[in-house]
Ligand binder design. Structure first.
Ligand SMILES: NC(=O)c1ccc[n+]([C@@H]2O[C@H](COP(=O)([O-])OP(=O)(O)OC[C@H]3O[C@@H](n4cnc5c(N)ncnc54)[C@H](OP(=O)(O)O)[C@@H]3O)[C@@H](O)[C@H]2O)c1
Length: 332
């Protein structure tokens, strides 16, 4: 595994940097000495991020652009290379989601979610890959989601786009083996970003993440760790991460039962909200900066839930082991 423990002087393009994971990852990378080129549609928000990075002693080039516009994507990469003389790392983070039952989601929402959250990743990767190939190194770091391996109701298009993006990233990793170009992924749990303050919803109710919700810095720190040791898929959360994946492998019916019955209710509040398009087609003023209005779940609640789920997983595994032993005994 390649190691770049010292990130000082490296150049990173961070997409979706005007809020949430992109913003906080940019700040953490800058603290590690990475020179930044940040992009999103909201120039005013990127200027605020730039001010924060400069205050911390970092370097930050602002290039606004829309990931669905090929000319914008190419211009961002061109300006980054012209300014810094190259690019070492691409952090793909720009994404949108749209809340609603699949058969009631407008078709344009489904295609737009794919255009931003999946094809936006592809476009940026295709724009940086020629530079990576020419210099013989580079790192594509994709912000994925736990929904890239699982699923949630009301987010079918988003979940499908994330599955597609993870499949693409894994394929790309194989294609690039031995080239010096690495591909990494972060399977992000629910994080308290502004996503829920500007995502469109067909449900006329304020949406919230599937609990538990984590602080965005959990992901930003995982991004820095991956920048240092690329070529992995990181699952930074335990409860809504490694434990859930393990439980899903041995007892997929548990997740299905919980999310099937309660998943829609978990993601909607009683607060009325008319936001049919949100930030899907054009940027909105709400939701600048790393954190949104939904607070992270308190650590003690996560801890208690972890114990409960671990006990359930232990029970399921114990039951499975007992079952296997009696089958083996009966076969003897
Ligand atoms: N929050 C969560 O619970 C969660 C969970 C799992 C995975 N993730 C992943 O984390 C990543 C970041 O999400 P987040 O939570 O930080 O959400 P966020 O705060 O809404 O950030 C999304 C970013 O994407 C940008 N964006 C949206 N449409 C764009 C377009 N057409 N062109 C260019 N930029 C565009 C937005 O900026 P502009 O509007 O200024 O363009 C914003 O900077 C995404 O990949 C998401 O799937 C988040």
């Amino acid at each position: 595994m390649a190691r770049h423990e010292d990130l000082r002087g490296q150049v990173a393009i961070v997409t979706g940097a005007s809020s949430g994971v992109g913003w906080q990852s940019a700040v953490r990378l800058a603290e590690a000495g990475v020179r930044l080129c940040v992009t999103a549609r909201r120039q005013f928000a990127l200027e605020q991020l730039r001010a924060e990075v400069l205050q911390r002693g970092g370097e930050c080039l602002v290039c606004e652009g829309d990931v669905t516009v090929p000319g914008d994507v190419e211009r961002v990469v061109r300006e980054c290379v012209a300014h810094y003389g190259g690019v070492d790392l691409l952090v793909n983070a720009a994404a949108v989601q749209s809340y609603g039952y699949f058969d009631r989601l407008p078709w344009e929402h489904i295609t737009r979610v794919f255009d931003v959250s999946c094809f936006g990743y592809f476009r940026f990767a295709r724009a940086v890959l020629p530079h990576f190939r020419q210099q013989g190194h580079g790192h594509l770091l994709n912000i994925q989601s736990m929904l890239a391996s699982g699923a949630a109701p009301l987010l079918s298009a988003y979940s499908a786009a994330k599955h597609a993006t993870l499949g693409w990233a894994k394929s790309l990793e194989l294609e690039l083996a031995g080239t010096g170009i690495h591909v990494s992924n972060v399977l992000v749990p629910s994080v308290s970003t502004p996503m829920f303050d500007h995502a469109p919803t067909m449900l006329r109710r304020r949406p919230v993440p599937v609990p538990p919700t984590y602080d965005v810095d959990l992901v930003a720190r995982a991004v820095v760790r991956l920048a240092k040791r690329p070529g992995r898929t990181s699952v930074p959360a335990f409860l809504q991460g490694r434990l859930m994946l393990a439980l899903d492998a041995v007892a997929p019916w548990v997740g299905k039962a919980v999310l099937g019955r309660l998943g829609a209710r978990m993601q909607t509040t009683r607060t009325p909200l008319e936001r049919p398009d949100g930030n899907l087609f054009s940027p909105v003023a709400q939701g600048v900066g790393p954190r949104g209005s939904v607070p992270p779940t308190p650590a003690w609640v996560r801890f208690t839930a972890t114990l409960g789920l671990a006990a359930l997983a232990g029970g399921v595994l114990g039951g499975a082991a007992l079952g296997a032993r009696s089958v083996a005994r009966a076969a003897r």
